[in-house]
Design a binder for this molecule. Sequence first.
Ligand code: ATP
Ligand code: MG
Length: 474
Amino acid sequence: MFKSLFAKLLIGYLTIFIITLAASTAAITFIYQAFVFSEKEHSLGNGAQQVNDYYVAWLNGEISREGFERSTDAIGRVMDSVIYAVEVDAEGLNKYYEDNTDKGVKDSYIIEDLINIMKNGQVFRKEEYSVAQDTYMVYHGLPLVVDGVVKGAILQYSPVEQIRSGLVQIYIQIWSVGAVMGIMGILVIYLYSTRTSRSLRELERAAAQIAAGNPVEDIASAGDDELSQLIRVFNEMKGKLEHIETMRRDFIAGISHELRTPLTSISGFVQGMKDGLVPKDEIPAVLTIIQQETRRLISLTGEILDLVKMENGGEELFLEKFRVFDALTFIIGSLNIKEKKPGLQVEMLCPEDLSIVADSDRFRQIMLNLLSNAIKYTDPPGKILVEVERQGKWVKFGVIDTGIGIDAEELPFIFERFYRTDKSRHSRTGGAGLGLNIAKAMVEQHRGQIWVESQVGEGTKAWFTMPIGEEGEA
Ligand code: ATP
Ligand code: MG
């Protein structure tokens, strides 16, 4: 029956709340009642003590019997009680006083109590049926002491009804406050349970939608409790999943597009040759194009493999300390720039004793990606400068060219996958737009930074940093 979380929360909280409230209200009632009776006992005790004093004064002739009776009557009225003062001697009941009700010692237990009180001291009972008064009474007895000797007892009866009706008034007030608190509490618990269960239901629904691959709106969250934090984290996670999903789609779309172009071109040329449409003397040129396109495909698949590796958190880095000068000399040499683009000047400014701690394969890949851009987008007689300098615990590398440059508006996007500027898209030399993205991921794997500054028509400066080798020397 109480299967839903809402019902469970509601019933659970309500049970705890109602039990606590009822128990505390009952405790207050009980404590208050005990307090009222102890006050009554206390005031009856004081009254009895006064009667005792007047009795002694009367015995000593300090006041008349009328004086004693009037005083005792007055005390009885103030206490709302009937007072008996009884002195007992060897012959039994001797002197006896009863206040103005004039009904005599009719209750049988009075004599018994008299003995008891004389022996054991004060007696107080909350409910005692009085035959004389024909009602339940609060009963109080105190030994009557004359000259330090117990001579008898002072007995007092006060109707319980009086105290009861006063108590009932107070009970009604206590329980009314309890009821108001109860209603307010129930309301708060209801609202809280609804809110909690609603948020959880929304979370569940959203999670199911995400699992089904459907788009989901952010879940609203106010406050700072664990549930609100969970919702915020959930929203963040959802955002990331959506981002990954978009990236995945774009990635596949990009790859398909990049593969399609060279394949279409190769297929077109091969078909042309098969159909005998290409004149014999042009066949070498066509084969060169096919070879170029094939190389493009190979480089593209290489880049895609790199990307997939990065995507999976990157393979573990094989960190080693090596001399930058040697590594750069080898990388630049392997590029064969003079043959590829005659007239392009390449220069390297690098301290010979500088080393870094890095994965040398990745470092080579980063340099190749930046250098290939510089070569691609710089026409002879341009210049490419590779500059290296130490910066504290880092080594900063720069690949600076005097090429076509990048438009300021396009600069923020060049690290995105498949992003190519307008200019490079129109040139046949263009790649897939993956090089910088891969370089960035690799630099960040080393906790370094990468950035590009550029001015259209003047050239481009691509910078990145790598952690320095200990002591900065090889
Ligand atoms: P890929 O590197 O995948 O073969 P790509 O070189 O086009 O292709 P990126 O290296 O990622 O891709 O560069 C992204 C874009 O940034 C390039 O297409 C080009 O428009 C621009 N760009 C990068 N470096 C330079 C540079 N040195 N000079 C001018 N434009 C550049
Ligand atoms: Mg590139």
